[in-house]
Design a protein around this ligand. Structure first.
Ligand code: PEP
Length: 252
């Protein structure tokens, strides 16, 4: 069975006071049978987030990590440093990292390998640009971006299909567009990592997920959860998305 996973990507938002109140409220809203929940605030808030979330059903993730364990990489944070804090997840290859910070398929894969070496699970993001979708290249882009997943440990991996044109734009993919991409990615995982890995791997959808559209997207057979940006900053909206995914485990 694939247990749904709902992850919050706070991007570069949040305060120390806010993260504590947010997590206390979120933990209070969770019920048995809810999806697995991961909250990924900025690096500076991770220690406080881990402190509040320890012992609860909420796991804490980072938004990236470096591919080396240590070294002269000013401004970067290594995966073992995150693990030492009690962080258990990391987002890798987000389109904003690809767009603004030169992330490539190869560097994203190197970060994912480093995360797994440190014992972290990763949410590996991929998705096409609007021009690529309009040119009919969506599946070719996903094929190229997913090629680097070979060799990763599928038990510490989730994918996030995030069409770039849907991130932070208010324009989400239709449930059918999401299902088509997720089906393709599951087939790719079967050929790269084996059919058992493909059956068990969670593929999240990301891109303007809100309480109003979450149920329709999450009802698709191969959509195993969501990576939520903007709407995750509001704890009530994020809780509503979590509840929309409740009770929807998939046969693996
Ligand atoms: C994201 O940051 O991964 C994301 C999907 O953002 P949003 O939900 O705001 O589109």
């Amino acid at each position: 069975m694939r247990h749904p996973l709902i992850a919050a990507n706070w991007k570069m938002f949040g305060t120390l006071d806010g993260v504590q109140r947010y997590l206390e409220t979120l933990i209070g809203h969770l019920q048995p049978g809810n999806p697995q929940v991961v909250v990924c605030p900025p690096y500076t808030l991770l220690p406080a987030a881990v402190m509040v979330a320890t012992g609860s059903a909420v796991a804490i993730g980072a938004q990236s990590c470096h591919w080396e364990e240590k070294g002269a990489f000013t401004g970067e944070v290594a995966a073992p440093m995150l693990a030492e804090l009690g962080v258990t997840w990391v987002v890798v290859g987000h389109s904003e990292r690809r767009q603004y910070f030169g992330e490539t398929d190869a560097t994203a894969a190197a970060r994912a390998r480093a995360a797994q070496r440190a014992g972290l699970s990763c949410i590996f993001c991929l998705g096409e640009l609007l021009t690529e979708r309009e040119a009919g290249q969506t599946l070719a882009v996903l094929e190229r971006q997913s090629a680097v997943l070979a060799g990763l440990d599928p038990t510490r991996l989730a994918l996030a299909y995030e069409p770039v044109w849907a991130i932070g734009t208010g324009r989400n993919a239709t449930p059918e567009q999401a299902q088509e991409a997720h089906t393709f990615l599951r087939q790719r995982i079967a050929s790269l990592l084996g059919s058992d890995a493909a059956a068990g791997l969670r593929i999240l959808y990301g891109g303007s997920v809100k309480p109003e559209n979450a149920a329709a997207i999450l009802s698709q057979a191969d959509v195993d959860g969501a990576l939520v940006g903007g709407a995750s900053l509001d704890v009530d909206a994020f809780s509503a998305i979590i509840h929309a995914a409740s009770g929807s485990s998939r046969a693996g």
